[in-house]
Write a protein that binds this ligand. Structure first.
Ligand code: ATP
Length: 397
């Protein structure tokens, strides 16, 4: 059950605020082994920035340190070696406390090769079945939804991450002929659906509103999705304190945009969760600020943390990628490691930095560079009293 503890800060929205950092002796200090996989495009830029910020956060906390090993697995690696990562890749990652991942995908290699060769090749064998995406509007960021502010939109999307529409079942026959067939079979197992429902109900229970919305499409998909609904109802019986409802995925897009305040915790299949969380990210200002945790809740395998956005080749190399999604992802990673104070402090620092519009990158309508935002977060972490962002944090203490 420790994962639910690890999600505490998502649930309690950093309230009460973190205590001040304490200094530990070298012998008391914990060192966590973290694998960094920057991957492709702006993944390289935002993960480099994230490493700096997480190291600054650890240094200012004084209670732990991070030992990084960076892996160059990516599309470039594929072009040289014919694979996105070596056969021993997963074994090499087993010993790490967590994985910090950038993005994978390049314009000149089909996405299904890059995605399945790296991201899915880690998520699936490590049974990272819970993909958790907190979504809210930071102070200083305007939602494209008229009049919607932080108090109206504060969700956590739980996306089933191991089966469903992305299970990889299917095939092609009669290639190139008019009668060619392609199938993509969605797989829902009782085990898979039960565990994601339990996870979602547990998370909903830990949040103040205790409110869960189950996304479905059981009107048109009459087998797997009907089982999904039935299992949701079965699991709900163990959570009488959680209010829950069910909605078709198409209607959900309208509800997210028209009545965002009626939602809190959301659970959806792999495909539905994938699509809805991009919508959620857009509604909170930009894809560039949204984080993800791919959790193996039982802790049998390392969990993986990544910003939601992809490689974004249209802005790669320009120095304007918004690193906030990677930083917020870093806060999720620290929280997962058990470094609750550092995680909370990093998130409150990010919020304070973003509240200043001069720290907005072009995706948020500003002119800030990746470097400027990174430097602002590091300065606030290092000097919480004199830096405006740090000052803002102190006021909340
Ligand atoms: P992929 O195929 O790897 O998912 P993509 O380009 O299709 O990549 P994203 O990388 O998610 O999809 O980008 C979608 C749009 O959002 C692009 O215009 C991109 O520039 C923008 N974007 C994504 N992430 C960021 C970011 N961190 N900062 C600024 N803009 C971003």
């Amino acid at each position: 059950m420790h994962v639910f503890k690890s999600l505490e800060y998502i649930a309690r929205k950093l309230d009460p605020p973190p205590s001040k950092p304490t200094v530990k002796t070298l012998a008391e200090m914990k060192t966590y082994k973290i694998a960094a996989i920057p991957g492709d495009g702006i993944g390289k830029e935002v993960i480099a920035a994230g490493l700096e910020v997480l190291n600054a956060c650890a240094a200012s906390d004084g209670g732990f340190s991070l030992a990084w090993q960076t892996f160059d697995w990516s599309t470039d690696y594929y072009k040289e070696h014919g694979v996105l990562m070596p056969e021993s890749g997963r074994d090499q990652l087993l010993d790490f406390d967590a994985i910090y991942f950038g993005a994978v995908g390049a314009p000149d290699v089909p996405d299904h090769i890059t995605l399945s060769g790296l991201r899915l090749a880690i998520c699936q064998p490590f049974d990272q079945y819970a993909n958790v995406r907190p979504t809210r509007i930071f102070p200083g960021i305007e939602s494209p939804l008229r009049g919607v502010t932080a108090k109206d939109l504060d969700w956590v999307i739980v996306r089933e991450n191991s089966e469903g529409e992305y299970a990889g079942q299917g095939g092609r026959s009669h290639r190139g002929l008019p009668q060619e067939i392609g199938t993509e079979v969605a797989i829902y197992t009782r085990t898979g659906v039960t565990r994601i429902m339990r996870f979602a109900f547990e998370l909903a229970r830990s949040r103040p509103r205790k409110l869960l919305t189950v996304v479905t499409k059981s009107n048109a998909q009459r087998h797997g999705m009907v089982m999904w609904d039935e299992i949701a109802a079965e699991v709900a019986q163990y959570f009488p304190d959680v209010t829950w409802d069910k909605i078709l995925v198409d209607a959900m897009t309208a509800r997210m945009t028209l009545k965002p305040g009626t939602l809190d915790t959301i659970v959806a299949t792999n495909l539905h969760g994938d699509i809805l969380s991009d919508l959620a990210a857009a509604l909170t200002g930009s894809l560039g600020i949204a984080p993800t945790a791919n959790l193996n809740p039982e802790g049998k395998f390392p969990s993986m943390f990544e910003p939601i956005h992809g490689s974004a080749f249209d802005i790669t190399g320009k120095g304007v990628a918004n690193p906030i999604g990677a930083f917020w992802t870093g806060a999720l990673l620290l929280d997962h490691l058990g470094e609750k104070n550092a995680a909370a402090r990093l998130l409150s620092t990010i919020e304070a930095v973003v509240a200043d519009k001069s720290n907005h990158c072009p995706d948020l309508g500003g002119q800030a560079t990746t470097r400027k935002v990174t430097a602002a977060v590091i300065a606030a972490l290092q000097n919480p009293v004199s830096h405006p962002a740090g000052k803002c944090k102190d006021e909340t203490l």
